[in-house]
Design a protein around this ligand. Structure first.
Ligand code: NAD
Length: 431
């Protein structure tokens, strides 16, 4: 197999950098892992082989990973075919690293950023043409060795050969599911996923007014409708309210004018209070949920009551609802519609802005966010005609792809013959 990429320099040995280094070494690639100090890089390397949660299947392959510091070892990137930047999510820091990469890398090496959402055009603004033809975003999801998705986003000037080379490597060597996105804020998965989470937090008031507990909200927004068992609040506890806060700031700056998501970029008052007092999620010992160990040594799950501002014992909620509930007028139905339904409509308005077709969007949500089905597959399950009726009854502007479906003679986004509905309202074979 002609893979053309045999070695990777990973810049940043944190959660993601270590994960990317581990994955590449596991596939027998030579890896250079750099960070702000030798200690930081070595810590990343140790994390890879941590017996509690190893990031590699073949621990012997750790021998392929060499470590070093930005200060002393940057010049060594000249030996590597692909340079993958995975330092902190900060535009100025990433820009500095990119300028340094251009100084030391060899000709025709590929350069990528693993940013979660900063557009590539911002990172590479003012950089030379020689770099622009070789850059892209390779956005892996956490944990890298588990999540199938890698979003691949070229710049306007990236050469076709570079995209062919890196996509071949991601798919065939690293065994990732590659989704092609556009150079827009948060790319695909995080654009839709963050809308879902931020809109969900804003619907918390509706939930509390209808006496839904946090556990009930999570139960409604999880397995019954094809979402992961963490639900909404459990997921945000994993990610951290601090990350949600900065995601909101990035969206505020970079979302296009009139984007529906602009209304939800700031945390609602109750969550802002938690953010300000440092109750961020699992990393701070609790956010919406926490685990307490009682005197007998038993683990107890507690939930934070946002209205009374106290911790209470958490009760397991099982709910008897399904996807169709969101088309009903019950409080539960309206809640699911307001969070999940609006996220589906949001996704249906983002083509061709963030991706060329519905298949890339569906794959991103399945492979990166563990949704059982993608937004357009869910719309098909609900029946797009019923969704159109619901939009009309609520006087909601019909999103672009639903409009295209309505104007075509088709009733679903996917046909029985492995085809999807394209922007021209025609079925096209899925590649
Ligand atoms: P992290 O905090 O675990 O690691 C970041 C690394 O950057 C650290 O090793 C740190 O030493 C280094 N660093 C800190 N300050 C620096 C500086 N001034 N100059 C150079 N390096 C510096 O972060 P992470 O979660 O690995 O995220 C890395 C990138 O991947 C970010 O752009 C993030 O948005 C993106 N990302 C994160 C996730 C996730 O779930 N964690 C998922 C996808 C993408």
């Amino acid at each position: 197999m002609n893979k053309q990429i045999n070695s990777i320099a990973v810049l940043g040995a944190g959660t993601m950098g270590a994960g990317i280094a581990a994955l590449a070494a596991d596939k027998n690639c030579k890896v250079l892992l750099l960070d702000i100090s030798n200690e930081a890089a070595n810590k990343g390397k140790e994390n890879i082989i941590n017996p509690k949660r190893p990031m590699m299947s073949n621990l012997e392959n750790i021998k392929y990973i060499n470590v070093g510091s930005f200060e002393n070892d940057f010049y060594r990137i000249a030996e590597y075919d692909w340079i993958c930047e995975a330092v902190v999510e900060n535009l100025d820091i990433k820009k500095k690293i990119f300028s340094k990469i251009e100084k030391y890398r060899k000709r025709n090496s590929i350069v990528s950023s693993n940013t979660s959402g900063i557009p590539l055009k911002e990172i590479t603004r003012g950089m030379p043409e020689s770099l622009l033809k070789d850059v892209c975003i390779t956005h892996f999801f956490n944990p890298v060795n588990v999540m199938k998705l890698c979003e691949l986003i070229p710049s306007k000037k990236t050469s076709v050969e570079v995209i062919d080379k890196i996509s071949f490597f991601l798919e065939n060597i690293l065994q990732k599911g590659v989704v092609y996105g556009k150079d827009t804020v948060n790319f695909i998965g995080n654009r839709i996923g963050c809308f879902f989470m931020l809109k969900g937090l804003h619907e918390g008031l509706y939930a509390r007014n209808n006496n839904f507990s946090i556990e009930k909200s999570d139960a409604l927004l999880s397995k019954p409708i094809g979402l992961p068992p963490t639900g909404l609040y459990g997921l945000i506890d994993l990610i951290g309210l601090d990350v949600m806060y900065s995601v909101g700031k990035n969206l505020e700056t970079n979302l296009p004018e009139k984007d529906l998501g602009l209304a939800f970029v700031t945390l609602p008052d109750a969550e802002l209070k938690l953010y300000e007092k440092g109750q961020l999620g699992r990393k701070t010992g609790g956010g919406f949920y926490r685990i307490k160990i009682n005197t007998a040594g038993d683990k107890l799950k507690e939930v934070y009551d946002l209205k009374a501002e106290v911790w209470k014992q958490s009760k397991l909620e099982t709910v008897d609802y399904n996807l169709d509930t969101m088309l009903e007028d019950s409080p539960e139905g309206m809640y699911i519609w307001n969070v999940m339904g609006m996220s589906l409509l949001y996704a249906a308005d983002l083509i061709p802005e963030i991706a060329d077709d519905i298949v890339n969007i569906d794959n991103a949500m399945k492979w990166g966010f563990a949704w059982r089905k993608g937004p357009f597959e869910i719309l098909d399950q609900l029946n797009p005609i019923k969704v159109l009726r619901k939009c009309e009854s609520l006087q909601i502007k019909i999103p672009k792809m639903l409009q295209i479906l309505r104007d075509s003679s088709h009733k679903t986004f996917y046909s029985d013959n492995q085809e999807f509905l394209n922007l021209n309202g025609e079925y096209e074979k899925i590649k």
